[in-house]
Design a protein around this ligand. Structure first.
Ligand SMILES: Nc1ncnc2c1ncn2[C@@H]1O[C@H](COP(=O)(O)OP(=O)(O)OP(=O)(O)O)[C@@H](O)[C@H]1O
Ligand SMILES: [Mg+2]
Length: 393
């Protein structure tokens, strides 16, 4: 199994730098390392000071860069879906849709990049995989997607397939548009399975997220929300990286004001994110570009900590033997959390984020007795009893 490290945070805070630095250190520590970007700008290659690689390419000893070419990946993996979309567009009398147009769909590029990542993880070739994620909001929506997709697929696919079998000849005659053929539905199912596997990999025991921030009020506010929502969706955050911290020594009045403001915010960072370790990276006098500069950033950033040890943080969601569901929601306010029940699912809203949680069989038929948010944990208790106590629908 590869150790997988994801880097996320607000735009411009230093995600790519932190990811590239960590990957460089991993390779120099002797791990066969892959660093992947879900970002279409080629910043990762720029940070490493190399040219873009559209397949895993060794850019330093033991360090492989893969900047996913979404067009190519789409062609190779998901041609059937593209062909179907193209046929439908043609039948509707619209212009032919090109592969370029499909990847313009929101999130499509990142999803394709994550699917490629799964392929890479499956090869078993990598000891460490580092992922430079898109800025906060997109990554979150994206990471939650397989689950949301699961929810839709579980409902739509069986119905769709049944409908297709029963109606297909008739519909083909009546409707303007072809129903998707079996191979298209097959490709849809394959996509669905792959996305579930991506999610499994990213929430698995060898994966953790590192939250990058700069000690500034606006950035900190967003990082706090990100921590809550990552936990809501089941991702483990195992460290915070505070980047661009002004050194205090020899400061002129202008820098002194920055140092003061930053140290106030750093104190808040520690309070907010304890017990997570906070790794500090100073504001350097030049952009850290190239393996040597990045390796130095990583050494300062991690100090004595072992950045590649398996994560020790618990998974956010667990269900006790007594049938209590416990979900870590760090930093969530009481007024923000809202719970509802729909059939076998528990719908948890936190601020503007929502998770639809399919309850395990043992709890699916028991109604919620009480739910409370305490010390950063949502605890949901269920009524005792078996299938006979089925909740009214
Ligand atoms: N500690 C630092 N000292 C000096 N320069 C830095 C530091 N960290 C990052 N930079 C520089 O700041 C710029 C932005 O950093 P980076 O590209 O890593 O941010 P990002 O979070 O990936 O941005 P984006 O959201 O656009 O992907 C880069 O030019 C990088 O070299
Ligand atoms: Mg970046």
């Amino acid at each position: 199994m590869s150790r997988v490290l994801l880097f996320t945070g607000k735009g411009g805070v230093g995600k790519t730098t932190a990811a590239a630095a960590t990957a460089t250190l991993a390779a120099r520590s002797g791990f066969k390392t892959l660093v992947v970007s879900t970002d279409t700008a080629h910043s990762l290659a720029d940070a490493l000071g190399v040219s873009v690689a559209d397949e895993p390419t060794e850019v330093a000893p033991g360090l492989y860069l893969y900047q996913v070419d979404t067009q190519k990946a789409l062609e190779r993996q998901w041609g059937e879906l593209r062909d179907y979309a193209r046929d439908v567009f043609a039948e509707l009398g619209l212009d032919e849709i090109t592969a370029e147009e499909i990847t313009v769909l929101p999130g499509a590029e990142e999803i394709i990049a994550l699917l490629e990542l799964r392929e890479q993880a499956l090869t078993g070739r990598w000891e460490v995989i580092v992922i430079d994620c898109a800025p906060t909001a997109e990554t979150l929506r994206l990471l939650a997607l397989p689950e949301a997709l699961d929810w839709h697929m579980n409902r739509l696919l069986p119905v769709g397939r049944r409908l297709l079998r029963a109606l297909s000849p008739l519909v083909r005659r009546l409707a303007q548009v072809s129903m998707p053929g079996d191979h298209v539905v097959g490709a849809g199912e394959r996509l669905h399975r792959s996305l579930l596997e991506v999610r499994e990999l990213l929430t698995g025991p060898d994966t953790s997220v590192r939250l990058v921030l700069t000690p500034e009020a606006v950035v900190l506010a967003e990082a706090r929300r990100t921590l809550t929502s990552l936990s809501l969706y089941g991702y483990r955050v195992d460290a915070v990286i505070a980047n661009r911290v002004f050194p205090a020594e020899g400061a002129d009045p202008w820098r002194r004001r920055w140092v003061e403001a930053q140290s106030r915010h750093l104190a808040e960072v520690e309070q907010s994110f304890a017990p997570l370790p906070i790794h500090i990276v100073p504001y350097l006098d030049a952009e850290p570009v190239g393996p040597d500069a990045l390796a130095r950033v990583a050494e300062v950033m991690y100090g004595d900590a072992d950045p590649f040890a398996p994560p020790t943080v618990d998974p956010p969601l667990r269900i006790t033997a007594e049938g209590e569901l416990i979900l870590a929601l760090p930093l969530a306010g009481k007024g923000e959390v809202d719970l509802s029940r729909k059939g076998d699912e528990l719908i948890i809203n936190v601020g503007s984020y929502r998770r639809v949680l399919a309850l395990p069989a043992a709890l699916a038929r028991r109604s919620v007795r009480e739910a409370a948010l305490r010390d950063g944990f949502l605890r949901v208790r269920f009524e005792a009893g078996g299938p006979d106590d089925r909740e009214h629908e």
